[in-house]
Design a protein around this ligand. Structure first.
Ligand SMILES: *Cc1c(COP(=O)(O)O)cnc(C)c1O
Length: 392
């Protein structure tokens, strides 16, 4: 074998059957082969398991999918390259021309775009309501044969809580599927409800490190099977190396989530009694209008704390600028704390009425609470409040 051949066929290193790596290796390979054409053909006929091409499936990605399905309490999962990828591929795989979707004002901006702009181009219609308008959902389901209801809880950024039992019951009796974007609550929450499909951004709590993107859809076997082929063709595959990083991050998911929730609760309490703050949105606070519903549905209340400053937009900008420990950026669920200033908030596609329903005001600030020492975070929040609203 010449060197130029050898470098393309390096020596194989085989592990004995009784010799295992403790951490699964990254299968950083696009292609997989079987020992013979017969076995390859059997694989294509579905007569044997295996892997062939990473766009369709890969062992490292598959390990992540199986773990996520188990955490969310469902049979199966498909991973892809981002949370928005998971949402778009799920919506595209499940809808066709003439279908109707129910969605909500209090929804992640790209999801609104996908339903209102992209799917609309393919003749999919929608009704957009407030997540609090349960009666409106009932009415819309009666008025239109509906393919699916797409919702979130807690919502972004003001942490409204969806009545999941009511939504899933109404949708089910109308023959509509429910898709819940469960990114804010996490993989260990809401599995007890009859949600047909959960979608997640793996970019957030899964790795916690803020260094990798991913997304997933999780549900029962036949539903995942029905969208699997379209997902392979839409092609937003998660890279095996990213899947490995996410798997590594998940090892500390529960301790991170719990510690960050405890920090978030403390920060929410600090904000709640501060004279510069007119309103705090955190489902764990008894003053949250849906605290009882949140308590009934959730094990933990999440790490997003939003609030309104008495002095409005300018104060919000000053507050965000004065924080020292919080990075001024989007996203959430990472171990470092983050802040979104009022002017960075989405919603430009909404009407004045819809903006009012969304409860996002000119002075709404969103904090994503990290793993830093809570006294340091509290001190930082207090000094930034003093800078933003000097008279209080
Ligand atoms: C971030 C986020 C997404 C999108 O995830 P990406 O991985 O950034 O594409 C979807 N839904 C919610 C609720 C999110 O917070």
């Amino acid at each position: 074998m010449k060197e130029t051949t050898r470098v393309n066929h390096p020596p194989a290193v085989e592990l004995a059957a009784d010799n295992h790596s403790v951490v699964a290796p990254i299968y950083q390979s696009v292609k997989f082969e079987f020992d013979s054409l017969d076995e390859t053909e059997r694989f294509f006929r579905g007569e044997r398991p295996g892997f062939f091409y990473t766009r369709t499936s890969n062992p490292t990605t598959r390990q992540l999918e199986l773990l996520l399905a188990e955490l969310q309490g469902r049979d199966d999962c498909l991973a892809c390259a981002s949370g928005v990828g998971a949402i778009s591929q799920t919506l595209l795989a499940l809808t066709k021309q003439g279908d109707h979707i129910i969605c909500f004002v209090e929804t992640y901006n790209p999801t609104r775009y996908l339903i209102r702009r992209l799917l609309a181009r393919f003749g999919v219609t929608h009704t957009m309501l407030s997540i609090e308008d349960t009666a409106g959902v009932e009415k819309a389901l009666a008025a239109h044969k509906t393919r699916l209801v797409m919702f979130e809880s807690p919502t972004n950024p003001v942490t409204k809580i969806a009545d999941i039992a009511a939504l899933t019951r109404m949708a089910r009796s109308a023959g509509a599927l429910t898709i819940m974007d469960n990114t804010f609550a996490g993989f260990h929450q809401h599995g007890q409800f009859e949600v047909d499909l959960f979608v997640h951004s793996l970019t957030k709590y899964a790795s916690g490190a803020g260094d990798v993107m991913g997304g997933a859809v999780i549900g029962r076997t036949e539903l995942i099977r029905s969208i699997r082929t379209d997902w392979g063709m839409l092609g937003g595959t998660l890279d095996p190396h990213a899947a490995f990083l996410i798997l590594r991050g998940l090892k500390t998911y529960f301790v991170r989530y719990e510690a960050q929730c405890a920090n978030a609760m403390r920060i929410a309490q600090v904000l709640a009694v501060h004279p510069a703050v007119s309103r705090v949105h955190y489902p764990g606070l008894p003053t949250h209008p849906q605290h009882e519903l949140a308590k009934a549905q959730m094990k933990q209340f999440g790490t997003i704390v939003s609030f309104d400053l008495q002095a409005g937009a300018d104060a919000g900008a000053r507050f965000a600028g004065a924080l020292k420990l919080f990075a001024l950026t989007a996203s959430l669920g990472s171990t470092e704390s983050l802040v979104v200033a009022p002017s960075m908030m989405g919603g430009r596609d909404l009407t004045q009425d819809q903006l009012r329903v969304s409860a996002v005001t000119e002075g709404t600030v969103r904090l994503s609470i990290g793993l830093e020492d809570v006294d340091d975070l509290t001190e930082d929040v207090n000094q930034a409040l003093a800078v933003s609203s000097p008279s209080t």
